[in-house]
Design a protein around this ligand. Structure first.
Ligand code: HEC
Ligand code: HEC
Length: 391
């Protein structure tokens, strides 16, 4: 933190005071508002109504880490989306919120979520701004009864008062959850990571950026494994998601028999989207309905959003319910044609793209090795090599 020193009041003093106010808020005055795009990614889409500014990003980061926005005063967004864990809560299979209450789903990374067309595993939220409203009031996450306690803090805490005034020109009742969530989303849009060994190999032509096993793994990813049909790799960029929803046979297999009853009861309840947010994270069986709980389309039963695979080696365990412990378990599940145990029957709603792959043991290892090449430099230090632990 830079030192403001003790300036005497006077015109110069006032000018310096405001200069220092800016530096106290944690941004360099000359920082460019638009961030550079890392290798392998498209430019970040920014909503017109919420342009990036360095001050807004810094405020968003503070809000993201604010534990006072939970009923117990110890849980922040960062509790479940830790920078050191590539913005997940690995190794938890499902997240832990207030009072160690557990939800039903694995925390996806916030990294590169700026590119997601819909948020949450079932896509029930349309924007990062909207998404940020929900964890605060979810009873198994941050547990607030409503958003009032947050507004009370940001309207009275001197640091927040100053920051909201500087960023939005607003104070008192003028500060609403719109401003709070805009700042959080702005911070999230700076969490962009590409430039992995794969990016250097594929997009920059660095021939030895990936090992031979990783190169064979990529070939399997594109051809025999058909992974690329959902985890997209395009000519100039790779988001590793098609932003669509598929049933790949996780979770729903366990409630197969009950699906008609569960789906029927769900439709009859006619819940609002806010109620759905609570239901899917507090009731394991409702959670397994997947995208169906949002669209109510039978063809989306047990469907979940294709997650990015960037930094996936750092975010075990896997899938919407965290039920698969290692990347090897994931590949074996696909190799079995969408069942975790080869002898189990596949579910009735399985996506057309999921069929047994007939991969050899070596090919399974090569695919795991390839996933290891998707880790960006920022997250590679803390990441144990999956291949070694899977041998
Ligand atoms: C108790 C743990 C927990 C807390 C606290 C939490 N999250 Fe999450 N987050 C999750 C889980 C679990 C999901 C997935 C839920 C689902 O899909 O139904 C998720 C999903 C998300 C997503 C969607 C990512 C994607 O690819 O769809 C974003 C973005 C996100 N959280 C940001 C936040 C923000 C911002 C906060 C604070 C306001 C926050 N989270 C607080 C656990 C948490
Ligand atoms: C039909 C589309 C589709 C195909 C094909 C596909 N995936 Fe997926 N993938 C998904 C979806 C959807 C999920 C999330 C499913 C869930 O949680 O229920 C997922 C999840 C994953 C995950 C877990 C990521 C995480 O963060 O939890 C990995 C790893 C993965 N896929 C790798 C692969 C590989 C490797 C292949 C090829 C062998 C492949 N996928 C083929 C759609 C697909």
């Amino acid at each position: 933190m830079k030192n403001c020193g003790g300036y005497s009041v006077g015109l110069l003093g006032i000018a310096l005071f405001f200069g220092c106010l800016l530096c106290v808020m944690g941004m360099a005055a000359d920082a460019p508002p638009v961030q550079a795009t890392p290798l392998g990614l498209p430019p970040v889409p920014f909503p017109e109504a919420n342009p990036q500014t360095p001050e807004k990003i810094a405020l968003g980061e503070k809000l993201f880490n604010e534990v006072r926005f939970s009923s117990t005063g110890v849980i922040s967004c960062a509790t479940c989306h830790l920078a050191a864990k590539a913005f997940t809560d690995s190794p938890l299979s499902v997240s832990e919120g207030i009072n160690k209450l557990t939800g039903t789903r694995n925390a996806p990374t916030v990294v590169n979520s700026a590119y997601m067309k819909l948020l949450f595993w079932d896509g029930r939220s349309p924007t990062l701004e909207d998404q940020a409203l929900h964890p605060f009031v979810n009873p198994v996450e941050m547990g607030l009864p409503d958003h009032e306690p947050i507004l009370k803090i940001v309207r009275s805490d001197p640091e927040y008062v100053k920051a909201f005034k500087a960023v939005f020109g607003k104070d008192g009742e003028g500060i609403t959850m719109n401003e709070v969530t805009m700042a959080i989303a702005s911070f999230e849009r700076t969490q962009i990571s590409g430039d992995s060994p794969f990016d250097r190999w594929y997009f920059a032509g660095e021939k030895d950026a990936m090992t031979e096993a990783q190169q064979r793994g990529f070939d399997l990813f594109v051809n025999k494994g058909r992974c690329v049909s959902c985890h997209l790799v395009e000519q100039t960029q790779a988001l590793f998601t098609d932003n669509r929803f598929h049933n790949v046979g996780v979770g729903i297999n366990a409630i197969q028999k009950d699906v008609p009853d569960l789906a029927g009861a769900f439709l009859a309840a006619e819940a609002t989207m806010a109620e759905v947010d609570v239901q899917v994270l507090t009731d394991k069986r409702t959670s397994e309905l997947g995208r169906f709980a949002v669209t109510r389309g039978m063809d989306e039963l047990g469907s979940f959003k294709t997650p990015t695979l960037r930094n996936v080696a750092a975010t075990a365990p896997y899938m919407h319910d965290g039920s698969l412990k290692t990347l090897k378990d994931v590949i074996v599940h696909y190799n079995n044609g969408g069942v975790t145990n080869a002898t189990d029957p596949v579910n009735d709603f399985l996506s057309g793209g999921i069929r047994p792959l007939n991969l050899t043991d070596q090919e399974v290892e090569d695919l795991v090795a390839f996933m290891d090449a998707l880790t960006s430099p920022a997250f590679s230090i803390a990441t144990p090599r999956q291949t070694a632990s899977n041998k």
